[in-house]
Design a protein around this ligand. Structure first.
Ligand SMILES: Cc1cc2nc3c(=O)[nH]c(=O)nc-3n(C[C@H](O)[C@H](O)[C@H](O)COP(=O)(O)O)c2cc1C
Length: 184
């Protein structure tokens, strides 16, 4: 396979499908083998359970991480020329066959990921920008806040906002603005 997942956790937008395609940010974990820890109450997990299929979309648009974390996305955001659920925004993607290891006492299932196809459409030059990662961090904390209602997950928001204002551009500022609307 041409696309390698670095050791640790790589953040992607995972797409799956049922009657309609679904998208949500997920971490692809490489600890000698590839897997994801997926909340059992998510659409992503229900779809994986049904189809044993998931696509990891490599995306650089911060707004898409925010929107897919909180909302159902429009089917028009998916490629119509692929039989897998692939986002048009993806510059590369990997399709996986999945095997689920249910951990009955846990809220997440361990889903082993077996790559079946990988496609590179572009190789964007994307220098590291702290604001992009600040949006991702803020979005993770926001999803935890929404689920667990613990205000500790909002404590870092001013810090992320200051990084976004200092290091970001319009895409990151807009993504953070939309994130705050989801939290309101
Ligand atoms: C950067 C990022 C990484 C995330 N990684 C995971 C993950 O590895 N597993 C998980 O279950 N949820 C993860 N989430 C949270 C889900 O994206 C979120 O719960 C989402 O609402 C699930 O959507 P769904 O119900 O459509 O599957 C992550 C969120 C963000 C912003």
């Amino acid at each position: 396979m041409e696309i390698e997942f670095r050791e640790g956790i790589s953040e992607v937008i995972a797409t799956t499908r049922n009657d309609r395609p679904n998208a949500a940010p997920m971490g692809i974990i490489n600890r000698g083998f590839l897997y994801a820890l997926i909340y059992k109450d998510s659409h992503t997990f229900l779809n994986v359970k049904k189809n044993n299929e998931m696509v990891a979309n490599f995306v650089l648009d911060p707004l898409l991480y925010v929107k897919t974390a909180f909302d159902d996305v429009d089917p028009s955001l998916f490629r119509s020329d692929e039989d897998a659920p692939v986002l048009t925004a993806a510059y590369a993607w990997v399709e996986f066959a999945c095997t689920i290891q249910e951990r009955s006492t846990q809220k997440t299932a361990l889903v082993k990921l077996h790559p079946t196809r990988s496609v590179i459409l572009q190789r964007p030059i994307s220098p590291v920008n702290r604001a992009f990662y600040a949006v991702l961090e803020a979005t993770i904390h926001a999803t935890r806040y929404k689920t667990l209602k613990d205000p500790k997950y909002l404590e870092c928001m001013p810090h992320y906002e200051s990084i976004i204002r200092k290091c970001g551009g319009k895409p990151e500022l807009e993504a953070f603005h939309v994130l705050k609307e989801y939290l309101a």
